[in-house]
Design a protein. Structure first.
Length: 478
């Protein structure tokens, strides 16, 4: 695709197009989308990159590489700033006089000049408040001109075309107005990926503004999601199974960890080597009916032990009370999650890890009987399919970052748990990074279903696609 421009003094201002306008539009659009999808940086950054590539200047592309570093970690930067950058590196501004433009003024002159800029106004399809035509209203406004009263010169027209290309990418790839999504969850390490996605800008880059609502536990999150007071829930994979039997439709969108995060720690000098050796012990859990209670009972039954008879099960509450009970000798260990167990093992030196599904230990059903996911109601998916897809994409990218750059997760953990020693946070993430995968497999759901049936939480077998949003599965592997 090429365009030749007449000199500034020429009486004819229209460019000579070597391709038809329709074919040019198709070619530009195809190249823009191909480059936008393939470039690995943030959308705001790659918008300008593609604009520079299509302008045909290797120098401008090299210039952008240095600029890219300024915006790559700032996906929430305004599109107007990106447009100005695109214009700034397109060459010195040249102003045309009314005489140089052949006397073309007003909306007709604007229409001719902008339509000649690779026919982009028709591709983008924005409206001008003054012209009432399909003109790049937003770009004109960001340039500070209002609706220009005369045609730009060829140089300015080229700069406008570059700006329009940036706008095309921004509008076409989800950098439009941010959509607020209320996410209900419990602030804990189990749901750390949600906070990492927000803190590192992955939600923002997808056009999502995450608004967190704190709850005490998964049952409260599910109730709020069904009631519509929140849009999405960070809770455990079995919740949609429970809802399905009650006639409510909800789906798991993506896993936050792909293994059961609950595990057993025992006091450091406890002699047990296998689960059956726990007979006669006193083990703690948070509260009756909780995930820790159900997981512990299932584990003991699988080893041939009868809970409450062979092993005393005691409710000991959360982090501080659990470790206080262990220190006082009220329990020999407990089933729990982070950071309670890491504090007991690494900080207080009271305990040792005994059985940890995060490391692939224990019976298979225990590894998958519960794990954290992001869930939404069927109603939300039907009304907001694009928002649901954006949530999945953001979490997939977040988990990849957490696996490859665990220190980034450590920094977010420090903000979420400011009183916790950084060495404890680092030790937790060192273990849990092995579980930061988004896939929710059919085997995992089947194992979860069977375990919940044995515990009496659900009664029947529930189909995989009834509790998992399978239309987004392809995004898990990206």
């Amino acid at each position: 695709m090429s365009t030749s421009w007449h000199s500034a003094g020429s009486s004819t201002r229209k460019p000579v197009m070597r391709q038809s306008r329709s074919s040019t539009r198709r070619a530009v659009k195809a190249r823009v989308f191909k480059l936008a999808r393939s470039h690995p940086t943030s959308r705001a950054s790659r918008s300008v990159i593609v604009a520079n590539v299509l302008s045909g200047s290797a120098t401008r592309f090299r210039t952008q590489l240095s600029m890219e570093r300024l915006v790559a970690d700032r996906p929430s930067r305004s599109s107007s700033l990106i447009v100005l950058r695109a214009i700034a590196i397109s060459g010195p501004r040249k102003r045309s006089s009314p005489r140089a433009t052949g006397g073309s003024t007003g909306r007709s002159g604007l229409r001719r000049s902008l339509n000649s800029c690779f026919a982009l106004p028709r591709v983008i399809g924005l409206e001008c408040n003054v012209c009432q035509g399909r003109r790049p209203r937003a770009i004109i406004r960001r340039l500070g001109h209002g609706c220009p009263t005369r045609s730009p010169s060829g140089g300015l027209a080229m700069r406008l075309s570059i700006a329009l290309l940036a706008a095309l990418l921004i509008s076409a790839h989800g950098a439009e107005a941010q959509q607020t999504v209320k996410i209900g969850t419990t602030p804990s390490f189990v749901f750390l990926p949600l906070y990492v996605a927000e803190q590192l800008g992955y939600f923002k880059a997808e056009g999502i503004t995450a608004q967190f609502v704190d709850f005490e536990g998964g049952a409260e999150v599910t109730t709020a999601m069904v009631g519509g007071s929140i849009d999405a829930g960070g809770t455990m994979v079995e919740r949609p199974l429970i809802l399905a039997e009650k006639g409510f439709g909800a789906k798991n969108l993506v896993a936050l960890e792909n293994r059961n995060p609950l595990h057993v720690v025992l006091r450091a000098n406890h002699p047990a080597k296998e689960v059956k050796d726990l007979k006669g012990s006193r083990l703690g859990m948070t509260r009756a009916g909780s995930g820790t209670d159900l997981s512990l009972r299932a584990l003991l039954k699988d080893a041939g032990l009868e809970p409450d008879r062979d092993v005393a099960i005691i409710a000991i509450g959360g982090v501080s009370s659990a470790n206080a009970a262990l220190k006082a000798g009220q329990v020999d260990g407990f089933m729990g999650g982070e950071p309670a167990t890491a504090i007991a093992v690494h900080q207080l030196k009271l305990a040792r890890y005994f059985l940890d599904p995060r490391m692939g230990q224990g019976p298979k059903f225990l590894q998958f009987m519960t794990f954290p996911t992001v869930q939404v109601s069927d109603r939300f998916i039907q009304a907001n399919p694009q928002a649901a897809e954006k949530i999945v994409r953001a979490i997939v990218k977040t988990l990849k970052r957490m696996r490859e750059d665990p220190e980034a997760a450590v920094r977010v953990g420090q903000k979420l748990f400011p009183t916790l020693d950084v060495s404890i946070i680092r030790s937790i993430i060192t273990i849990e990074k092995n579980t930061y995968f988004p896939q929710i497999t059919e085997e995992a759901v089947h194992q979860c279903n069977q375990a919940q049936k044995q515990l009496g939480v659900v009664k029947g077998d529930i189909a995989y696609d009834k509790v998992v949003a399978t239309q987004f599965k392809h995004l898990w592997d990206q």
